[in-house]
Design a protein around this ligand. Structure first.
Ligand code: NAD
Ligand code: MG
Length: 385
């Protein structure tokens, strides 16, 4: 029986993780769950999975929730509640599924305890990849990707040697704007951007998929996870999202992992690894799928992907600036405050304006995130662009 601490249980990955746990009651037990503010769903999850601890980040809701659950579950709150539960509660696997930079601090606490980290929160590796990988080595923590592309590459690399990798090929659906012209990026709506053709996900990653920043963040995630440089990382558009990614080896052989798009599969694998658990909830019918197609990504249209490649090459705090500016830009776009086409403009302006620190420590990364958020929040379009 493995005990799970699930950070972000009310989100898209969180709910899917609990769907997996529900299928395997003899394998997994939920020790603690956390949510930002959704008391209703958190309460339902507490009642069904009986965790010993739950964290509601919104402090104003703590007393109400504690009263509703009674003594069977201890309720903590705030950012310090998240850290406390990660530092002190008893678990084997930390499933890190907060969204954005907020995932970094608690994930690091899990790493310091040498736990298995099932990582959905790609931003952790984007902003602090070098540090996080070093900490995993130091504390003997196991880092298992939940992101479907990285899970595919991880699976393709089993039994292979790092030095025989020619390149990895990350597949991208192309999102809802694959066939939308760049000129229309000034007028696309939030609803159109949230209408992802293949995946149902949280709103931040869905907008990132529409701008292809998601693929950019995944390129940086792959760079750290698999220790590969820019010359060994390619991106190809594959609109059906059946091939989740591929590895090409030095003999020109290519290994891929395939299935219909369903996050339960990579989540389950990160929990069951090195084993595979029998499951019937995912069925791939190739005859029904019919054909698999591939295109070159248009880096001139999807500027966010180019910006991410550049930030990775530049290193230091550049990916942290990229990430923080993107989080603010996406938030503003979702609130209807800026046009979709302003997202990359805001990011490149932040990268040009904020100092890059090489080999940053954790404190520098937190400071860089704060500084960039402040910069991007105050940024006024029309003057600088
Ligand atoms: P989501 O928005 O659906 O869920 C986020 C979860 O984190 C929720 O439980 C929310 O309550 C909590 N949360 C949000 N902000 C918080 C904060 N500041 N402090 C504490 N808790 C907070 O997001 P998601 O789509 O589940 O994505 C989670 C992570 O997984 C992201 O990093 C995303 O890139 C990655 N990911 C998601 C998918 C997917 O299919 N959804 C696929 C691959 C990777
Ligand atoms: Mg992905």
């Amino acid at each position: 029986m493995k005990k799970i601490l699930l950070l972000g249980s009310t989100g898209s990955i969180g709910v899917n993780t609990l769907n997996v746990v529900r299928e395997f009651p003899d394998e997994f037990e939920v020790e603690a769950i956390t949510a930002n503010s959704n008391v209703g769903l958190l309460l339902d999850q507490i009642n069904e999975f009986n965790p010993k601890f739950a964290v509601i980040r919104d402090k104003s809701k703590k007393a109400e929730l504690q009263e509703l659950v009674g003594a069977k579950c201890k309720i903590l709150s705030g950012d310090e509640g998240l850290i406390e539960v990660t530092k002190y509660c008893e678990y084997d696997i930390l499933l890190s599924a907060l969204v954005g930079f907020a995932g970094l601090a608690p994930t690091i606490e899990g790493i310091k305890r040498g736990k298995r980290i099932a990582l959905a929160n790609k931003e952790t590796l984007v902003v602090a990849g070098e540090l996080v990988i070093d900490l995993c080595k130091k504390h003997n923590a196991e880092l298992l990707p939940v992101d479907s592309e990285h899970s595919a590459i991880f699976q393709a690399l089993i039994g292979e040697s790092q030095k025989e990798i020619r390149r990895i090929i990350l597949t991208a659906s192309g999102g809802p704007f694959l066939n939308t012209s760049k000129d229309e990026f000034d007028s696309v709506t939030v609803e159109q951007a949230l209408d992802h053709p293949n995946w149902s996900m949280g709103s931040k990653i869905t907008i990132d998929s529409a701008s292809m920043m998601n693929k950019g963040l995944e390129v940086i995630e792959a760079h750290w996870l698999f220790n590969l440089g820019r010359d060994k990382i390619d991106v190809v558009i594959h609109p059906q999202s059946i091939i989740h990614s591929m590895v090409e080896f030095c003999d020109s052989s290519i290994k891929a992992q395939l299935s219909v798009p369903d996050m339960k599969l990579p989540i389950q694998y990160a929990l069951s690894y090195p084993n595979r658990f029998t499951s019937n909830f995912i069925q791939t019918d190739f005859v029904k799928i019919g054909s698999l197609t591939f295109f070159e990504p248009d880096l001139n249209k999807f500027k966010c992907l180019q910006l991410a490649f550049d930030a990775m090459q530049e290193g230091g705090t550049a990916p942290c600036i990229l990430n923080a500016a993107n989080e603010i830009a996406v938030d503003k776009f979702l609130k209807g405050e800026i046009k979709f086409s302003y997202i990359p403009k805001m990011i490149s302006h932040a990268i040009e304006s904020i100092n890059n620190h090489k080999s940053p420590d954790l404190e520098t990364i937190f400071e860089c995130d704060r500084q960039t958020r402040d910069f991007a929040t105050k940024f006024k379009f029309g003057e600088e662009v």
